[in-house]
Design a protein around this ligand. Sequence first.
Ligand SMILES: [Zn+2]
Length: 455
Amino acid sequence: MTLKFSLSILIALSSVNIFAEPLQFSLHKITSEQPGPTMLVIGGIQGDEPGGFTAASMLVTNYKIMKGNVWVVPNLNFESIIRRSRGIHGDMNRKFKEISKKDPEFDEVQKIKKIILNKEVDVVLNLHDGSGFYKKTYINRMHNPGRWGQSIIIDQERLDSPQFGDLSGMADNVQQHINRQLKNKAKFFYVKNTETSKGDVEMEKSLTYFSIKNKRPAFAVEASKSFLTHERTYYHLLAVEGFMNELGIEFQRDFEITKENVAKQIGNNLKISLYDNRINLEVEKARRYLNYVPLKKHSSLEYKKNNPLIAVVGNHKSLKVRYGNRYVTSLKPQYFEYDYDLESIKIQIDGIKKDISIGEKINVENDFRVLADSDYRVNIIGFAKKGVDNENDLLIQRKQIKPRFSIDKNERIFRVELYKGNKFSGMILVNFIESDNTQPLSMNASDSKMSSSNL
Ligand SMILES: [Zn+2]
């Protein structure tokens, strides 16, 4: 059973000075109409554990909660995630017992502690990717009690808490929920009790133990680093769903849960929106570099994104778009003053005139013709005609645009830019769709069509 629903998230970051400010984590409250418990799911406490933070981010982008609430911090150590490091300022998961005020992560740690202690939070889950395979007895170097992978971690059996205090019982149930869905016994999950209060000095410094000490039931989930990211993500989602079942939180997701489907969702549908929708870019299949992107002069970057793992980093000469640990594309900017007056223009698409909002993407089968007012200059990137400076009112076919100017590697999506005098007024994307359905790419085109309304 696959449930489809359109995503409506758009994470606003108003005016971020990306050249100076460190990245901060985001909190996403997925609430429902029906009252019920609230589970806090945290991913990315260590920046090099993509299974955990990808699963957490998918709760934000692919799940709906029907009863109860799920709060998600998918990118706790965001700076380290984006810089592909376990911890650029050391291991954040050892900073919950004591932290120096001078620690660069002091503020972020205080912020997440506050969220953990919020009265509404009933249970805390911290998602990790761990080494090897946890087993109760020693089998070999990678399968033994000292390993962490494929386990649910508790600090102790029980917690004196009004609700959900049977940590061991809940972890057992979730372990069974996961293993029921796995065919291969080698990949089974087991419960690991670190018995932290009995003198585990390392675990005493962890996020989950901070939660436990404050009477807030907490668990860690560890998917094995022996697997690729999508497979780890799949195990994490099974675990999170197991915990939701335990708590009585009801949910829907927009895909059927298999390893293959999880793989398809990762990195799918990535968009950034600049300066109040003057520019919307689909970046999931973007070229390595996008040249001459018209950014706003004398301004910090204003952008929105549709996935919490996206970040734009860099300097005024080159902005890198990253998604979790992955590089997506670089924007090479050209700076302009902006004109915010233009809301929409007329475009004739395959013979039919339509009003198109600035920032929109249009699908074109054969040809298009921009019909802007006379005070605007139209620049179709990759199109050139001798002696023509304004490309308004020209009938344009795909073959007239040089493929290397597309924003995507598939050479289908092109930029149409509008200028008023020296000012940039906005961008429209033209997506050439193929009427031939036998090509696998046309499936992707319809997918992004469905979701393009989000931005
Ligand atoms: Zn970890």
